[in-house]
Design a protein around this ligand. Structure first.
Ligand code: AOS
Ligand code: ZN
Ligand code: ZN
Length: 388
């Protein structure tokens, strides 16, 4: 059996992955949202479910909120509730994609009144961050156009900058703004923040506490995502990940499900670039569980990240460097692949037990009785997103 060195164990112990509150709600595609028995009915129940993931994995000590999906009257009370369950409230996600006023844009809109409304929403999100103790405001914009000629691309970039500037100016202390990019959808001709370069340009113009958010599902097929990870870390601008996996577009499936090797390659570059357990780089999930149970889906997800992190930590960096320097292409590739093909699951199970956790968190959750309890007690769970 592979052994995990004390150094690797220490790095795995420090790893933490933020869960999205919306992963616990019902979700689906534009064709159908299936309801799952036991689905949370309010933000409190989403947090209670997220705490179960952390209880069996010790990997997920924070929950990201989406406003207004997770709107409550008293955020300080929500924070206390979360803390009592052993989790923190994490990133606050803004939402400017569900309001009729934003049909032709929000932060980029031609109409100053619409921009005002969208900026005010973000200022409200920062008020919430003050109460929840959250560090990051994550902005994903559904803005763009469908037809060539429909919009003034240049003017929209300028207005985006001005709007972001006002939002950024409201941040205080350690608070940060992370700007997520996505190459298409819901707009299909152009998107205002389509790629890491645009996000980088916009956040660089704001200041040090503005960073890029990289959602692994937001690239064209074939994109070398680990290269982008490397570059953003090199530039000191990788603020956060939205992890998920995709076969086609923004599938939001369980991270590592579609392409475990890609996840391995990404984590290798994270480690190489000093991004692992680096407080500047938030590891978040951005996923939906359309047909599977949500809590086990999240447990599987964080375990996938942990397994691929362990494999990436096993890469013999010294041997790799020697092979690279001597131009031995196949030896270098073999060093890399040896680590990828190593089954770390038995070693991780043993290591978990040594920390007082169950060797198999999926089985521990199944045996806990929590799923049966929520399925009996909760009726009428809420939809997580707009995907109706
Ligand atoms: C949308 O495609 C993005 O991934 C955002 O991060 C969004 O806010 C999130 O997926 C919640 O639906
Ligand atoms: Zn995302
Ligand atoms: Zn997405």
């Amino acid at each position: 059996m592979t052994t995990l060195s004390p150094d690797i164990q220490a790095q795995l112990t420090a790893q933490s992955i933020e869960l999205p509150s919306w992963a616990f709600g019902n979700s689906g595609t534009r064709f159908k949202v299936f309801t799952t028995p036991g689905t949370p009915r309010d933000p409190y129940e989403k947090i209670a479910d997220a705490a179960q993931v952390n209880r069996v994995t010790a990997l997920a000590p924070a929950v990201a909120l989406h406003i207004p999906w997770d709107k409550v009257d008293d955020y300080a009370a929500l924070r206390t509730y979360a803390n009592d369950l052993g989790v923190e409230l994490g990133t606050i996600n803004s939402n400017t994609f569900q309001d009729d006023d934003y049909k032709f844009g929000a932060l980029t809109h031609e109409d100053a009144a619409v921009r005002r409304k969208a900026i005010d929403h973000h200022l409200e999100c920062i008020d919430i961050m003050d109460a929840t103790g959250s560090r990051d405001l994550k902005i994903w914009l559904a803005e763009g156009s469908n037809y060539p000629g429909q919009a003034d691309l240049r003017g929209r970039q300028d207005r985006l900058h001005e709007s972001l500037q006002e939002i950024y100016a409201r941040l205080s202390g350690e608070q940060r703004l992370v700007l997520e990019y996505k190459f298409f959808e819901p707009a299909f001709y152009h998107t205002d923040v389509p790629d890491w370069g645009t996000s980088y340009v916009q956040v660089s113009a704001l200041g040090e506490r503005a960073m890029v958010c990289l959602d692994t599902g937001h690239h064209a097929p074939g994109t070398n995502i680990e290269f982008i990870v490397m570059q953003l870390l090199r530039l000191g601008k990788l603020g956060s990940f939205d992890f998920n996996s995709r076969f086609y577009a923004d599938d939001d499936l369980i991270v590592g499900a579609a392409d475990p090797f890609q996840l391995f390659r990404i984590l290798f570059e994270v480690i190489r670039g000093g991004g692992l357990n680096n407080p500047d780089v938030a590891f978040m999930l951005d996923q939906c569980h359309n047909v599977e149970k949500k809590i086990p889906g999240q447990i599987r997800s964080v375990l996938n990240v942990q397994e691929m992190t362990a494999r990436a930590l096993l890469v013999d960096a010294e041997a790799l460097r020697v092979a690279q320097l001597s131009g031995d292409v196949l030896a270098a590739n073999a060093v890399f692949m040896d680590a990828f093909y190593t089954d770390v699951r038995p070693a991780l199970g043993q290591w978990r037990e040594s920390r007082g956790l169950a060797a198999d968190p999926m089985a521990a959750y199944a045996a806990s009785g929590y799923q049966e309890k929520i399925e009996t007690e909760r009726l009428g769970g809420v939809q997580a997103s707009w995907g109706a």
